[in-house]
Design a protein around this ligand. Structure first.
Ligand SMILES: [Ca+2]
Ligand SMILES: [Ca+2]
Length: 395
């Protein structure tokens, strides 16, 4: 190879590019840009459409969610609220729970009575901001001399098969077990205690000292109705209760959102630890057992303890198929009052009304019915130390 040949190899080879002038460069650049734009436009959806910005999971949830938005009434409140009550505007909402968690109360299909999700309208009303307290119930009893069901001696007519010596006044009290037990039989941790009543929440040796602001318990349905009537109030329907408990939000698992904890903190008095073992409630939420009212943040309407602390009576008879009945009628159910008569297939002879909200004994281990759309039930003359109530008042 000659010196000239070697020199030519080291020199650049401009000949292959020499024909591209500045116009050519621009054209090439434009082609690259056009190709890139077309390529990415085909791969990525336009950001101008909110729907396609959702992830696939979010889109699935949107399609599958049976909850349509809550539409509160816009009617302003002109008057101030009665003492201790807050205004619930009423409106249209989707009612029920889509939870398919079979561990609810360890009973298969127990959440299915809160389905299908259905559309409901309720008028506005005032609601007690808290569960009715011992101090409030004391005022009622002092004024009227009222005697609760738990304080009355049961009659042989009411309980024909019970031996006469066992017909004693009392109520049902949570009695923790010494050791772990299968969670399929609640008789293991509930006892009928002679002398248990609202003044003696855990039995005759207990009292209300220092418990003025605790929710009143051992209240049968007729006791709650009597108190409400004396106050010029009434019990909420189940639909009113759920509309209020949702606090204006749509389709959430809990009254405050979709996470049990908010900023790492519990939002309700429920149960942590091994249920129902003695001294196993760790009180991680701040309370072992029942708590005074209003110890956790209120929901969007200013209601305290709509989840947990004590179950609350509503005025609806209980039937597991009631929501399906409403759906069959079609359209929006307006101010539903519950079924005409009660029926619980699990205990067909007992007359039960709906309980809502769960209690200090509910946990993810046993009973997660502090979830806002789920339902409870109770025989109307049966009281216990984890069931109370709150009232509503019409405008
Ligand atoms: Ca607790
Ligand atoms: Ca409650």
């Amino acid at each position: 190879m000659s010196q000239r040949q070697r020199q030519r190899r080291r020199e650049p080879k401009p000949a292959r590019f020499a024909g591209i002038n500045s116009f050519g460069w621009l054209a090439l650049l434009a082609t690259i840009l056009l190709f890139s734009f077309t390529y990415f436009a085909m791969r990525r959806p336009s950001v101008s459409s909110p729907d396609v910005r959702k992830t696939e999971t979010e889109k699935t949830q949107l399609v599958e969610s049976p909850f349509a938005p809550t539409i509160p009434n816009a009617t302003p409140v002109l008057e101030s609220s009665p003492e201790g009550m807050v205004w619930i505007p009423g409106g249209e909402f989707s009612m029920g729970s889509s939870s398919t968690c079979e561990s609810l109360c360890s009973l298969p299909g127990v959440a299915s009575d809160a389905q299908p999700i259905h559309r409901v309208y309720v008028d506005g009303f005032w609601m007690d901001a808290t569960e009715v307290t011992n101090a409030q119930f004391e005022l009622f009893v002092a004024a009227t001399g009222y005697v609760t069901v738990a304080e009355q001696t049961p009659t042989q007519a009411e309980f024909p098969t019970v031996p006469p010596e066992k017909l004693v006044a009392g109520s049902t009290v949570f009695t923790p077990t010494p050791d772990s037990v299968p969670l399929d039989d609640y008789f293991q941790w509930w006892s009928y205690v002679h002398g248990a009543d609202w003044r003696h929440p855990t039995g005759p040796e207990s009292n209300l000292d220092g418990r003025e602001t605790y929710p009143v318990v051992h209240i049968a349905y007729e006791d709650a109705v009597a108190y409400a009537k004396w106050c010029g109030k009434r019990l909420p329907t189940e639909a009113e209760w759920e509309f209020a408990a949702r606090g204006g939000l749509t389709g959430n698992l809990y009254a405050w959102g979709n996470s049990l904890l908010m900023d790492g903190k519990f939002q309700a008095n429920i149960y942590q630890g091994k249920f129902p073992v003695k001294e196993a409630d760790t009180g991680e939420d701040g309370f072992r057992g029942i708590a005074p009212t209003a110890q956790f943040p209120p929901n969007g309407y200013g209601l305290y303890d709509v989840a947990g602390n004590v179950w609350e009576w509503t005025s609806d008879w209980y039937r597991p198929d009631y929501y399906a009945t409403l759906v069959a009628f079609g359209d929006v159910a307006r101010n539903p009052q519950g079924p005409e008569s009660p029926f619980d297939p699990a205990e067909p002879t007992e007359k039960k009304r709906v309980h809502r909200g769960g209690s200090f004994l509910c946990s993810d281990q046993y009973c997660t019915r502090y979830m806002v759309g789920t339902r409870g039930k109770g025989e109307v003359r049966t009281a216990s130390n984890h069931v109370g109530f709150r009232c509503v008042k019409e405008r």
